[in-house]
Design a protein around this ligand. Structure first.
Ligand code: SF4
Ligand code: MG
Length: 454
């Protein structure tokens, strides 16, 4: 998912529309905007893309000085309008709109506890859990209730919360999911999953929200706090850098494009192949393919083109839909690959659906050999923090060795980036690489005890 928030801007609704639109790649199931005008918060939301769920003419006329926006793809909770965000709730503290990216590992158990205490849930998202925790907190003020509730959440998350008084942003204690702070020329603060959202509204990137940090933005400016005292080790999702985030976004001071190119360079050193041309899978693998070509001295070319109107395939909820989406999505450029030994670079291989199809496409277009190179390590462990690869049974590298995967995808050779290569490419400490077998930063069974509720 993608979250956006802005406070203190007369064009809050329209800017949130554009900001949320720039995060479209993070979710295509539903989109929505909550806008604060005087003491009222109203929500527009719908299924599908931002342009389907919202109308720009309408948003440009919506009056308000603060807003939050959301794009969703489901990791937990089904794809339906009740689960579309922002959620709007009324608690004893007043109105509250809420947008979330990520996944709670204790979402289910918190929900069960809350239900046993009488909470009634409208949908099936984790985000509603936070709202109910706040509503049922014994703390006297909204701020303390929010803080206490955030403390109970385990997993990878970034939240934006809008009340008639303020905009809040919070990020999980490990910083697994990203959240950044920006500022417009006029001084209004913005929160967004990725810095690309600042660029589209003419704002600048200020910094990343810290793991475990809670910020409050209101008429007095910005205030920073922590909802957990103890600092945990940072573990930003490596997959954001590998695939998920846009190439023009920066995270923790690094450009995702530059990191991807570096991963391709390291891959070329680790796993060279005799070939004539290097081809990347558009769009997310182009930087890695360019890096591979640079380091290997082979020419890079566009051997595959993408129909940009087909949504990201993994977001399609079933395997059958995913397969037909993959078919529609990419075509081979015959004149680039005909009679050539092709190195095909992809950023990741999760289920293998994409790779198998692409190898076939290249062969049909006349490639004499296809050498598959993956710019991340074997994806062996399901993600529990908000990237949708949840079922272990579907993960190719969990169930097959590399030779078996090579046979399945039909390539002449197959090699992955090593875990050490990934670490070198990412350049700093502090990454979650759990899906590559490096261990889960948040234990999956950890379940904090709920305090007594009113
Ligand atoms: Fe990202 Fe993988 Fe960690 Fe999930 S398990 S947060 S996809 S690095
Ligand atoms: Mg891809």
């Amino acid at each position: 998912c993608g979250v956006f928030g802005i406070y203190g801007d007369p064009q809050a609704a329209l800017k949130s529309y554009w900001g949320t639109f720039s995060l479209q790649h993070r979710g295509q199931e539903s989109a929505g905007l909550a806008v604060l005008h005087e003491d009222a918060i109203t929500v527009n939301k719908g299924m599908g893309l931002v342009t389907e769920a919202l109308k720009v003419e309408q948003e440009s006329q919506r009056i308000g000085h603060a807003a939050i926006g959301h794009v969703r793809y489901s990791t937990t909770g089904e794809s339906s309008l009740v689960n579309a965000q922002p959620l709007l709730m009324k608690t004893r503290f007043g109105l509250l709109a809420l947008g979330q990216n990520g996944n709670l590992v204790n979402g289910e158990s918190l929900r069960e506890r809350l239900e046993s205490q009488g909470a009634i849930f409208q949908g099936t998202t984790d985000s509603e859990v936070l709202a109910h925790l706040i509503a049922r907190s014994a703390e006297p003020s909204f701020y303390d209730a929010l803080k206490e509730s955030l403390r109970l959440l385990e997993g990878g998350f970034a939240f934006t919360v809008l009340t008639p008084q303020a905009l809040y942003g919070a990020r999980d204690v490990h910083g697994i999911r990203p959240l950044a702070l920006g500022q417009t020329k006029e001084g209004a603060y913005i929160l967004a999953s990725e810095s690309c959202a600042f660029d589209v509204v003419g704002a600048r990137y200020v910094r990343d929200i810290e793991p475990g940090e809670l910020v409050r933005i209101n008429d007095d400016g910005i205030e920073t706090d922590r909802f957990v005292e103890k600092k945990s080790e940072r573990a930003l999702c490596a997959f954001e850098m590998i695939y998920f985030a846009r190439p023009d976004s920066r995270m923790e001071g690094q450009s995702t494009h530059v990191v991807r190119r570096r991963l391709g360079q390291i891959l070329a050193q680790e796993a060279p192949a005799r070939a004539d041309v290097v081809v990347g899978v558009p769009d997310s693998s182009i930087p890695a393919a360019m890096g591979y070509a640079q380091a290997s001295g082979l020419p890079f070319d566009f051997g595959l083109v993408k129909n940009r109107y087909v949504a990201r395939t993994f977001i399609a909820p079933s395997q059958a839909l995913r397969e037909s989406a993959v078919q529609m999505k990419l075509s081979a450029v015959r004149d680039v690959v005909f009679g050539k030994r092709v190195i095909l670079v992809d950023d990741s291989l999760v289920r293998g659906t994409t790779s198998r199809h692409l190898v076939q496409l290249l062969r049909q277009a006349g490639a004499t050999e296809v050498h598959m190179r993956i710019a991340s390590p074997p994806y062996t462990d399901p993600c529990h923090y908000g990237i949708d690869t949840s079922r272990a049974t579907e993960l190719a590298a969990r169930n097959m060795n590399i030779e078996e995967i090579r046979t399945m995808v039909g390539a002449d050779s197959l090699a992955y980036l090593s875990l050490q290569g990934l670490k070198t490419g990412l350049g700093q400490q502090g990454w979650c690489m759990a899906c590559f077998g490096a261990g889960y930063p948040v234990p999956l069974e950890e379940q904090p005890v709920l305090p007594l509720m009113q």
